[in-house]
Design a binder for this molecule. Structure first.
Ligand SMILES: NC(=O)c1ccc[n+]([C@@H]2O[C@H](COP(=O)([O-])OP(=O)(O)OC[C@H]3O[C@@H](n4cnc5c(N)ncnc54)[C@H](OP(=O)(O)O)[C@@H]3O)[C@@H](O)[C@H]2O)c1
Length: 316
């Protein structure tokens, strides 16, 4: 099967023919229609050190966590999916993931995939999977965001942040988004009541029940004075400041947490329902998988307005 892969580093990124993977017990093989480019793909394919913790080091490395496609083979003991089902989801962000979805076929744990409703296109499904579940688990599970509360989303026009705006609005919260000026209209249209320009120096007097730092641009320490009593700061990347925050935040009557997203069928289903009800999946751009390097360069340029989708079906 054709795959976009590298033996390490972006310079070696190329299309190669690899053996078709066989699904093991509890797994299915999916004929991939669409995937998406996440920052984790940049790290894994770029050979960055952190990439070693996100992906098994089986070479050649095939990127692509997000997947939307058609089940084409079942491993032993899979009873809840059938050949021909249209599904979407994402591969686990961990060393157990050996081969990704920038390939004609990918093996995925069956129980983590959801059926893709007709109302959700393969493109939107791929863009929604990691980013939407990250937003949902960050806001609902870690942030414990409740209807009527105020939430601040940092990086509100990126892949995760743009969906966090929509998710927070669905949870009934009042959303403020921080983004670059060029993305203000997009973020407002996704459900933000208020926009803060990323470059502003005007102080924001508001206090928030949840601050979701999707861009991992700040720290609990820097944001603590903007939290309501009992409020939570959630970030997307671990680091020394996060662990310090987790230890110290309770002493100030607040909480600090970082997300480690896990693929969950029920969460994918909930997001698909919300999209069916009108929640938007912002797509910054689309690239055929053969142009994977151009997709990575697009992300590196910044100014993101949603997710970069990779068209796999027909894209080789
Ligand atoms: N831990 C987990 O489970 C998990 C899951 C998913 C993602 N992540 C991580 O979450 C981060 C965001 O992912 P993503 O997919 O949303 O990335 P993305 O699509 O590249 O978006 C990042 C956004 O952050 C904005 N940004 C960058 N620096 C900023 C700053 N100083 N202030 C405000 N906004 C800033 C960017 O704006 P510009 O484009 O204008 O620069 C962009 O809109 C990545 O580091 C990713 O690895 C972690």
């Amino acid at each position: 099967m054709k795959s976009l892969c590298t033996d390490g580093g972006l310079a070696g990124l190329s299309i190669r023919d690899l053996p078709l993977p066989e699904p093991g017990p509890g797994e299915v093989r999916v004929r991939v229609r669409a995937s998406a480019m996440n920052p984790a793909d940049q790290k894994v394919l770029g050979g960055e050190f952190i990439g070693n913790f996100l992906h098994g080091k089986q070479v050649p490395i095939v990127g692509g966590y997000d997947v939307a496609g058609t089940v084409e083979a079942l491993g032993a003991s899979v009873t809840d999916l059938a050949v021909g089902d249209e599904v979407f989801g994402f591969l686990a962000y961990g060393r157990g993931t050996k081969r990704g979805a920038f390939a004609e076929s990918a093996v995925v744990t069956a129980s983590t995939l959801a059926r893709r409703p007709v109302s959700l296109s393969p493109t939107d499904a791929a863009a929604l999977a990691t980013a939407g579940v990250t937003a949902l688990q960050s806001l609902r599970d870690l942030g414990r965001l409740q209807a009527g509360q105020r939430v601040l989303v940092v990086g509100a026009s990126g892949g995760v942040g743009s969906l966090a705006v929509g998710v927070a609005a669905r949870l009934g919260a009042e959303v403020t988004g921080i983004c670059g000026g060029a993305a203000a209209e997009l973020v407002r249209s996704l459900g933000a009541a208020r926009i803060i320009d990323r470059g502003t120096t005007v102080p924001d007097p508001a206090r928030y029940h949840v601050i979701f730092d999707a861009a991992a641009a700040h720290s609990w320490l820097a944001m603590r004075s903007r939290l309501e009593p009992g409020g939570t700061y959630v970030t997307t990347l671990p680091g020394p400041g996060v662990f310090l925050g987790m230890a110290v935040a309770p002493l100030f009557g607040t909480r600090c947490a970082f997300i480690s997203v896990a693929p969950k069928r029920a969460d994918l289903e909930l997001l698909a329902t919300w999209v069916g009800e009108g929640m938007r999946v912002p797509i910054d751009s689309r690239f055929p998988v053969r142009d994977g390097r151009a997709a990575i360069e697009r992300m590196a340029r910044g100014g993101m307005k949603g997710r970069v989708v990779i068209d796999v079906e027909g894209g080789f």
